[in-house]
Design a protein around this ligand. Structure first.
Ligand code: PLP
Length: 430
């Protein structure tokens, strides 16, 4: 065992794990080690049960006078209300839900670009997932906008305010940036960056997909205009969510069918919603209530969520430290991202690396053979991979912990990696 286990006892890891039935599954007698969390997390039982209940008991389209239709509407209202609480939004009218963050961002970027004129500028970063880049590039191509690229700092692995200042001009209209990187795991100081974006007269569209599973979000505190996340990354159903400031949404013209309401947020939600997934979404947020209560928090829902994230982050920081230390001891590896334990709070527990002699795919496959789930590739952080000078397809090996992972799982993964790297070295020296 690496490191000390002593301060790990305060987090109710066994009770947390018991909430997620998939964590107990085995394949051919081998346990699964889920470290593919940045690509998608497992769900608590209550989330799957809520989906089943919605389909089995209250399945109907919206707008009818009969009981199931009214129940389906209630399901959506409840879920939206909970998501508003989860993000610290002032109203559920600010919560747009759809199939994925990417599809919603294309949708919102089109509506926003309608108001822009040729020569207006938008800023995208070299740190973002392409879901927060390509929609803006497409909008720029359609409307004759100027695209400015914002680099991350190679030492801090974050977007430095001074770099932002260099790309902002009086023509900047929108800055699209992320809260946390899906590849390096580093967290941006969004509040500070948003202040500067606003001072330049532009809007901030924040991709919080990778932050949301690991940190307490408060859109009011951040001051951002839009914030996107995906519930399947934080223990929920496959859905995307965008918070938009009500006064801005009110002014935005949506691409929609004529008979559909122009009310908020409905004007941005096209066609019949995935009602059973809304049920799951509500249950996902309720899970944080449960976790907060397990941790002894007696306050309101936000207080419980805050407690849940505070404890989860502490737990995850230990996992990340263990993982990083182990990878640093593994001959031939290079980690891309913050490794200094003193800056642990500036990262989520997503750790990416390459090996000098073994391909990323080979490593991911070798881990899969041992039932350890990790990812290889660019993870759609295409610009980031290019900036690092890595092969675009091969990218990195990405290992991403969640609050339900254990130190033993990290150790087993490190041992498997060590054994695999040793066996490859032995083969090549023959
Ligand atoms: C940082 C980030 N942004 C956006 C996305 C895209 O999310 P979705 O699959 O909901 O479109 C992902 C998915 O991996 C991501 O990691």
């Amino acid at each position: 065992m690496r490191g000390s286990e002593s301060n790990e006892m305060s987090f109710p890891i066994e009770r947390v794990r018991a909430e997620f039935p998939a964590l107990a599954l085995t394949d051919g007698g081998r346990p699964r080690i889920y470290l593919d969390n940045p690509a998608g997390t497992q769900v608590p039982k209550r989330v799957a049960e809520a989906t089943a209940r919605a389909l089995l008991e209250t399945n109907a389209n919206l707008g009818g006078y009969f009981v199931t239709s009214r129940q389906a509407e209630q399901t959506i209202e409840d879920a939206r209300e909970r998501v508003a609480q989860f993000l610290g939004a002032a109203s559920s009218r600010e919560i747009i839900v759809g199939p994925s963050m990417t599809s919603l961002t294309f949708r919102l970027s089109r509506a926003l670009a309608r108001r822009l004129a040729p020569g207006d500028e938008i800023v995208v970063t070299r740190m973002d997932h392409d879901g927060n880049i390509s929609p803006w590039l497409a909008a720029a191509a359609d409307r004759g906008l100027v695209v400015r690229w914002l680099d991350f700092d190679r030492d801090s692995w974050r977007i430095e305010p001074s770099a932002l200042d260099r790309v902002l001009t009086h023509r900047t209209r929108i800055v699209a940036l992320n809260y946390a990187s899906n590849l390096t795991g580093s967290i941006n100081d969004v509040r500070t960056l948003v202040e500067r974006i606003h001072a330049a007269g532009a809007l901030a569209y924040v991709d919080a997909v990778q932050f949301a599973p690991h940190g307490f979000i408060d859109v009011a505190h951040l001051g951002c205009d839009f914030l996107a996340c995906s519930s399947y990354k934080f223990f929920g159903p496959h859905m995307g969510i965008v918070y938009g400031r009500e006064s801005l949404l009110e002014d935005l013209e949506a691409y929609k069918v004529r008979p559909a309401t122009n009310d908020l947020p409905w004007r941005f939600e096209l066609g019949t919603p995935q009602i059973e997934l809304f049920a799951a979404l509500g249950a996902t947020i309720a899970y944080y209530d449960w976790l907060g209560e397990e941790l002894g928090e007696q306050g309101d829902t936000r207080a419980k969520m805050r407690a849940a994230f505070a404890a989860s982050r502490q737990w995850e920081e230990q996992l990340a430290r263990r993982l990083i230390e182990g990878l640093q001891h593994l001959e031939g590896t290079t980690i891309f991202g913050i490794t200094d334990p003193a800056s642990a709070e500036d990262r989520v527990p997503t750790v990416s690396f390459v090996h000098a002699a073994i391909s990323t795919d080979d490593i991911a496959k070798a881990m899969a053979d041992r039932n350890i789930f990790v990812w290889s590739g660019n993870n759609y952080a295409l610009e980031l991979v290019r900036t690092l000078g890595l092969n675009e397809e091969a990218g990195v090996v990405r290992i991403g912990a969640a609050h339900y992972n254990t130190a033993a799982e990290i150790d087993a993964t490190l041992e498997a990696l060590e054994e695999y790297v040793r066996s490859r070295a032995a083969l090549s020296s023959r």
